[in-house]
Unconditional design. Structure first.
Ligand SMILES: NC(=O)c1ccc[n+]([C@@H]2O[C@H](COP(=O)([O-])OP(=O)(O)OC[C@H]3O[C@@H](n4cnc5c(N)ncnc54)[C@H](O)[C@@H]3O)[C@@H](O)[C@H]2O)c1
Length: 275
């Protein structure tokens, strides 16, 4: 059901790859709420062709952009300005670690790939805001949201160098939030619980992390659609004084210790008495 929360708002949505992507679900939710936007992804991801269906469904053009390239990000901002004028929201839903992809352990990181992890997954947020500012794309009162993970605060061993990337991403959001507040612009990160997407499933041990979080979180793991609804609230005028925050959207996982269910499961596994 639409609440028209984004009626008249314009935006840029980065990171929709296929219909499981969080950004894909955000695009559908933004459309439902009355927004107009452009979609962007790396040229290599666009070759898969899946994004065309979303583009048609939401009536949004696709502007290719590899976020590691200053020139491509600037070009994207120029095209967006020509198409929409200024924007009121930006979703950064971008993450990738070549080390994780190529199964290189944290103690043996390939440093060139580590740089790429940081560049793609974190520095890109700086780049997007920087060039949006330089090209005059961000409207006063706009809202920028980037997707993060609790690996920024607590180490999940299989998340490897992405733990570091998310810590940097959250810091960049705070740093820019402090600078843009004078124009009423908010910058926040949403720390989403494990979600079965292409990036998520690419992590070795993801199923274990997913099941663990599901058993600990009182509300269970959030879906990509639920994350999309949360993004809508942050893009809307209902959250005008929320900025420089890392907001957990994880069913309560981040503030839980252990659950009754987990105690019972462990007792069964180790043949212990729970009475
Ligand atoms: N899936 C999860 O469990 C989970 C949990 C918390 C946070 N997140 C974060 O959510 C965001 C979206 O991930 P997702 O789970 O929807 O997976 P996804 O694979 O659908 O999205 C990742 C996107 O990053 C894009 N990308 C990679 N390199 C790029 C580049 N150089 N330039 C432009 N785009 C590039 C990919 O093409 C893809 O569209 C990521 O930041 C991810 O870390 C995911």
């Amino acid at each position: 059901m639409s609440h028209n929360l984004l009626k008249g708002k314009k935006g840029i949505i980065f990171g929709a790859l296929d219909d499981r992507s969080i950004a894909w679900r955000v695009a559908l939710a933004c459309k439902r709420e009355g927004a107009e936007f452009v979609l962007s992804n790396a040229p290599i991801a666009l070759r898969l062709g899946a994004l065309n269906a979303l583009s048609e469904e939401t009536n949004a053009p696709i502007f290719p952009c590899d976020v590691t390239s200053d020139q491509e990000v600037r070009e994207l901002m120029k095209k967006t300005k020509d198409h929409l004028g200024g924007v009121d929201f930006i979703l950064h839903a971008i993450g990738m670690s070549p080390n994780i992809r190529k199964k290189v352990e944290y103690e043996k990181l390939n440093y060139q790939w580590f740089q790429q992890t940081l560049d793609i997954s974190a520095v890109s947020l700086h780049k997007v805001i920087h060039f949006a500012e330089e090209e005059g794309v961000l409207n006063d009162g706009a809202s920028v949201v980037a997707l993060s993970y609790i690996g920024a605060q607590r180490i999940f061993s299989k998340y490897s160098d992405m733990n570091d990337a998310k810590a940097l991403l959250e810091s960049i959001a705070r740093n820019y939030g402090s600078r843009l507040g004078g124009r009423g612009i908010r910058v926040n990160t949403i720390s989403q619980g494990p979600t079965k997407t292409s990036a998520g499933s690419g992590i070795k041990g993801f199923d274990g992390m997913y099941t663990f979080a599901e058993k600990i979180a009182p509300l269970g793991n959030p879906t990509a659609d639920e994350c999309a609804d949360y993004c809508v609230t942050l893009f809307s005028d209902l959250t005008r004084k929320v900025t420089m925050q890392n907001l957990f959207h994880d069913g309560g996982f981040s503030t839980s210790g252990i659950s009754e269910q987990m105690i019972e499961d462990l007792a069964k596994m180790y043949n212990e008495d729970t009475e």
